[in-house]
Write a protein that binds this ligand. Structure first.
Ligand code: ADP
Ligand code: MG
Length: 448
């Protein structure tokens, strides 16, 4: 292929990508790449570091194949050259504002959401344990559980608690150096500092912290180089008894991270943030309404809590809507108006009603036993376990009296149900396979 064709292919690729991705993505990842030279058959790209190379191949290999010549194996004919030292001029054209941002990110300023404080965190059975672990860490950083690993579903208050720790430590241990980052922020920091040749400074900064709060570690998955850098930082801090707190949407063992990383994250305390029960949801609603000077009767608070049940952020959304309504209509909130105002919101939420029957069916399917077995008396090991799981899920998911739920299992008593729930709850602490099986059933229940 002619030189100029290779050149054009690359330029066309750039134009294509520029139109497709966000400005930040382009500036961070694509713009630093230089067409270095090309032999007859391949393009040689100069990249500032291995991360940019990986990023390009991970995200655009197929697209590149359409713009560049192919090798015999179908891959685009590309080679990479890591530029050392990084060209300082790359970013100066047209974008001089990058540096201050970066300084801010790895500088002493921490960005904590001002309302995410312990005082504003409502406790209930689902989050009491994790809240007290967080508080323990905040009062004695580096001296109790290290790391503290908080996992749980979306919108349940993980970031809130993480920042709560940050606020508390900042106010009560003024000398300690605290940083709160998202995993994306950490990755961006690495990329930025590689580009500006300040990686050592950045590493020094992170490794000198007393408390590192890392949000959403799941975004480190499938990014092995960043993972390694994170792991090194992690080890350096932990070995000096510096506190680390991590949040994630899954427990460590379910993250696609290296064994080394998973083992490190399990060193301390792994705590689960559950879905708040009805009473806690009501308390959260009342608290949020009060903060917004919105008058809610208990009846209305219960109504909302009964209809929005698996995400605290959605509860907040509901309160915001009601506030807007009250402001515009200058009217009191009755159940009817609440129903009307929330109608749109509620309709867009997953409202599938989970019943004991649907739980029994899903569990029977996942554990490969018969529905009749789950309602029956058999004490055969597999059946008994599946039955206990179904009872556990029923108690966790269904807001009804234990007596009624137990009765749906072929007339069992409520103490049998409680016993089953306790057994499975205990088992879940150590039995990873069971945890996965139960999650699978839960996913099926949500989507089927
Ligand atoms: P996550 O990080 O788990 O996705 P967030 O911490 O962002 O969830 O919480 C979502 C919203 O719900 C935030 O505004 C947070 O303040 C609020 N929230 C969650 N749990 C509670 C709670 N127990 N008490 C008060 N507010 C809560
Ligand atoms: Mg969060």
């Amino acid at each position: 292929m002619l030189d100029c064709e290779l050149n054009t292919g690359w330029l066309q690729f750039l134009e294509f990508v520029k139109a497709k991705c966000s400005r930040a993505e382009f500036d961070n990842w694509i713009d630093p790449i230089r067409l270095s030279s090309h032999s007859d058959e391949e393009v040689i790209l100069e990249v500032p570091n291995i991360f940019v190379q990986e990023y390009l191949l991970d995200n655009y290999k197929e697209v590149l194949s359409e713009f560049l010549p192919l090798r015999a194996n179908g891959d685009p004919a590309l080679s990479f050259l890591i530029s050392a030292p990084v060209k300082p001029t790359i970013k100066t054209i047209g974008k001089p504002a990058a540096a201050p941002e970066k300084e801010q990110q790895s500088g002493p300023e921490i960005r904590l959401n001002n309302t995410y404080r312990f005082e504003n965190f409502i406790e209930g059975a689902s989050n009491q344990f994790v809240k007290s672990a967080a508080f323990g860490v905040a009062t004695r950083p580096g001296k109790t559980y290290n790391p503290l690993f908080i996992h749980g579903g979306v919108g349940l208050g993980k970031t809130h608690l993480l920042h709560g720790i940050g606020h508390y430590v900042r106010e009560h241990h003024k000398k300690l150096k605290v940083q709160a980052i998202t995993t994306e922020g950490f990755i961006n920091d690495i990329v930025d500092s590689l580009r500006s040749k300040s990686l050592d400074r950045m590493k020094r900064y992170y490794r000198n912290l007393d408390l590192l709060l890392v949000d959403d570690i799941q975004f480190l998955q499938n990014r092995p180089n960043f993972e390694e850098e994170f792991c090194n930082t992690f080890e350096t801090l932990i070995h000096q008894n510096k506190q680390i707190v991590i949040t994630s949407d899954k427990p460590p063992s379910q993250l696609k991270l290296s064994e080394r990383m998973v083992a490190r994250m399990e060193w301390g305390l792994v705590a689960h943030m559950g879905i708040p029960d009805l009473e806690t949801r009501v308390a959260i609603i009342k608290h949020k309404a009060e903060n917004k000077n919105l008058c809610l009767t208990s009846q209305v608070a219960f109504f909302i809590a009964e209809h929005i049940y698996n995400n605290v952020r959605q509860l907040e959304g509901a309160i915001n809507r009601l506030c807007a309504y009250v402001r515009f209509q200058n009217a009191d909130l009755t159940i009817d108006t609440v129903e009307r105002v929330l109608n749109e919101l509620v309709q867009t939420l997953p409202q599938k009603k989970v019943t004991v029957d649907s739980i029994i069916q899903s569990v029977a399917q996942a554990f490969e036993v018969r529905v009749s077995d789950l309602r029956g008396e058999s004490r055969q090991k597999e059946i008994a376990l599946a039955r206990q799981v179904a009872m556990y899920l029923a108690k966790e998911t269904i807001e009804d009296s234990l007596m009624k739920i137990a009765a749906s299992f072929g007339g069992k008593t409520h103490s049998t149900l409680l016993h089953a729930w306790k057994k499975i709850a205990e088992k879940l602490n150590s039995d990873e396979t069971l945890r996965r099986q139960i999650q699978m059933v839960q996913r099926n229940l949500e989507t089927s």
